[in-house]
Design a protein around this ligand. Structure first.
Ligand code: BLA
Length: 718
């Protein structure tokens, strides 16, 4: 936005007010700006009134002034931008604090009348030293700020001293306060970012102190008001800079007559301000302001250290809690329940209203407040993207659910869709607003907006629907928990895999023997009696199927243990083998119509028993899973390889299922279940084909599913 002229400033455009070039100063002092050769470029209209002589533009400083200030002025003219110095001088009968600085090639010299006795400064320096010594070892931010507001009030004599801290959205909060008895407290109150507009916050980083001696002042204009190049004089670093009329109106609406503020700059960022009010006009001697500024710098250094230290402490505490939490999770049967009932609870890890744990589509909350919100959030996650951590201050859906609008969600299990979510409610609810903050003494032309009550309402407007933002530490803690839970999930899966191996080995050994006995016993049952004959048949069929399953399981266990597949290969007449297998299959599956298309005389170097296992398995599948109880067995040469196929009409399968047919244990996750160990059988077929250097594939063509095994051909003559 372009700069606006001083007369045109309103509540709506005050961010564009060029507060660094007001064209005037506060009248309790005088200012002169000198050019490169010491010639006067401008001075405040009140210059002669304060100093007894005028400083005429275009000429050097008048002799009586030069006699006193010659050295300071010479040093300033020789200095670079950023140079500054000050001193106490007597001009005529008056004492002045003279403050000089170089900025944009100009030398600014300011005069503040000062009756203060010289020896007062010694006690001032001692005061500042004492204050600093007392706070140097502060371990608690809140105590530090309260201590300092009291000390600063003692040092400066203001009626009220507040520590005002900026929040991440540039709104502010009064975090500590000292005031004379009888004043209402502003402690804990919140103000919107617009109360100290952006350009003011920027300026307060460059120039940390500012003083308003009397809000009802009439500014003393610079004469001339513009430089030769037509630009206004930049008073960013001047002590006497005239301040925004909007802000003066704000202060006088509060009944305040004078103010002073000193920035607290931490790591180049405006962390906060010490803001002082006085209910009468008041100036503060420059040396006191310097002490104040020094204390504020010391405060900034302490704040930086304390914040780092506090962050470290919070992380350590969280780490200890996460460790304790982890302990109980490794052996828990139900991870979700264990996460919800752990002590210390997940809700103690971060400041929140409630926590939800989501896993495999289940959702559970710790305090029962966020069930609905958690389910809704679960739905938004895939729309938000593919990150593992989301920290939202505003609800991602159309409206907050039960007032919960802040959520931080971390994903700890990608496979099972495991998330932890912390919820926060709207921050307005958390801010104490102790009734009417003060009697509004009066309101100026801009109306009630320029009062603390108006400010609070403006702030409320800004933060409506917004939760207290998740801090850097909050995110770091959530990330730590995410990693810890990720490890838990990983070790639980490895553990389950280990258990599965054990189970499989036990199955193989311990089940085989009783199965063999049952088969034996069945064979000894009498044939003569019809009832026992049926029984024998049924036992034989069932135990035969169980034996096959156990062999599959054993095979799987061998393969998964990396033992590979033992083959005894021999040159085999594949055509003959398939004819025999087809005949056997017709006996084994009496209802199945098996069509044969077997090209004769084809040979391969294979383990015939293993190949038989594959063919029987494929025909068995066709009989069990196919439609119409018919199948076709074929053998031919394709692209110089043997192609052995079993095809049958079958219900359509989607691409995922088709692609997963050969992976083990898929039945446990597929919706169709694992009927008769179909998964294991095909997994083993695949392993057999690959052990022969061949392959097995499945495809669907015209309502048929076709399994094809490809193998290298062998020449019987060689
Ligand atoms: C400046 N506004 C300031 C300053 C403070 C505040 C501390 C620094 C100047 C000083 O030392 O006085 C705000 N002061 C507060 C608040 C409290 C307080 C919140 O005591 C609470 C107890 N101000 C507004 C609005 C606008 C505005 C609505 O409230 C504009 C739309 C403008 N404030 C404004 C401007 C400045 C300012 C332009 C800069 C003044 C300057 O340095 O020239």
């Amino acid at each position: 936005m372009p700069d606006v002229l001083p007369g045109q400033i309103t509540l709506a455009n005050c961010e564009s007010e060029p507060i660094h070039t007001p064209g005037s100063i506060q009248p309790h002092g005088a200012l002169v700006a000198l050019g490169r050769h010491g010639q006067v470029l401008t001075r405040s209209a009140n210059f002669e009134r304060h100093l007894g002589v005028d400083a005429a533009p275009g000429q050097g400083l008048p002799a009586p002034l030069l006699a006193q200030l010659g050295e300071l002025v010479q040093a300033g003219l020789a200095g670079e931008d950023g140079w500054s110095d000050s001193g106490r001088y007597t001009v005529g009968e008056h004492g002045f604090d003279v403050i000089a600085h170089r900025f944009q090639q100009l030398l600014f010299v300011e005069f503040e009348p000062q009756p203060l006795a010289q020896n007062a400064f010694f006690s001032l320096a001692a005061d500042a030293q004492r204050i600093i010594a007392r706070i140097r070892h502060a371990r608690d931010l809140q105590i530090l700020m309260s201590r300092l507001t009291t000390d600063i009030r003692e040092l400066t004599g203001y009626d009220r001293v507040m520590a005002y801290r900026f929040r991440p959205d540039d709104s502010g909060e009064v975090v500590a306060e000292a005031h004379r008895p009888g004043l209402v407290s502003y402690l804990g109150q919140r103000y919107p970012a617009s109360d100290i507009p952006r350009q003011a916050r920027r300026l307060y980083i460059q120039n940390p102190t500012r003083l308003i001696a009397d809000v009802a002042y009439s500014p003393s204009p610079l004469v001339p008001g513009l430089q030769e190049n037509g630009q206004p004089f930049d008073l960013s670093h001047c002590e006497l800079r005239s301040v925004s009329p909007i802000h003066c109106e704000y202060l006088s609406n509060m009944g305040v007559h004078a103010s002073m503020s000193v920035s607290i700059v931490v790591g180049g960022r405006l962390w906060g301000l010490f803001s002082c009010h006085h209910y009468q006009a008041k100036t503060l001697a420059y040396p006191v302001r310097l002490s104040f500024s020094m204390i504020s710098q010391m405060c900034a250094a302490l704040v930086e250290r304390l914040e780092q230290w506090q962050e470290g402490e919070a992380m350590n505490l969280a780490q200890t809690r996460i460790h304790a939490l982890e302990e109980g999770l490794h052996d828990a049967e139900d991870l979700l329940a264990a996460l919800c009932h752990s002590t210390p609870g997940l809700d103690h890890l971060l400041d929140c209203e409630d926590v939800a744990v989501c896993l495999k589509g289940r959702v559970q909350t710790l305090r029962g407040l966020a069930d609905e919100a958690a389910r809704e959030m679960n739905g938004y996650l895939s729309m938000l993207g593919d990150k593992d951590l989301y920290a939202l201050d505003r609800w991602p859906g159309p409206a907050p659910v039960k007032g919960l609008c802040g959520v931080m969600a971390v994903r700890f299990d990608r496979v099972e869709n495991g998330w932890i979510m912390w919820f926060r409610s709207e921050q307005v609810e958390h801010v104490r607003w102790g009734g009417k903050p003060e009697k509004i003494v009066d309101t100026g032309p801009s109306g009630p907006r320029l009062t603390p009550r108006g400010s609070f309402e403006a702030w409320e407007e800004v933060v409506r629907g917004q939760a207290t933002p998740w801090s850097r530490t909050d995110r770091a803690i959530a990330e730590r928990l995410r990693q810890a839970l990720g490890n838990v999930v990983f070790s639980r899966v490895s553990h389950t895999n280990g258990m599965r191996q054990l189970l499989i080995a036990a199955l193989g050994h311990d089940l085989r023997t009783p199965l063999q006995s049952i088969t034996m016993a069945a064979s000894m049952l009498s044939d003569s009696e019809q009832r026992t004959a049926r029984l024998r048949q049924s036992i034989a069929t069932s135990s035969g199927r169980m034996t096959r399953l156990v062999s599959h399981v054993m095979e799987l266990s061998r393969l998964q243990a990396g033992l590979g597949m033992a083959l005894s290969k021999t040159l085999t007449d594949m055509s003959a083998l398939l004819e025999v297998l087809a005949s056997e299959a017709e006996l084994a599956y009496p209802g199945l119509r098996l069509e044969r298309s077997i090209k004769p005389g084809l040979h391969a170097d294979v383990d015939p028993d293993r190949l038989a296992q594959v063919v029987i398995n494929l025909i068995g599948n066709a009989s069990q899973h196919g439609n119409g109880n018919r199948a076709r067995l074929s053998l031919d040469v394709e692209d110089g390889e043997l192609a052995l196929s079993v095809s049958n009409p079958a219900p359509p399968m989607d691409q995922t299922r088709l692609a997963n047919l050969f992976s083990p244990l898929k039945g446990t996750t597929s919706q169709q279940g694992n009927r008769d160990g179909l998964g294991l059988g095909l997994y083993i077929c695949d392993a057999i084909a690959r052990a022969h250097g061949g392959s097995i594939t499945a495809r669907q063509v015209n309502g048929e599913v076709i399994f094809t095994v490809r193998l290298a051909m062998a020449d019987p003559a060689s």
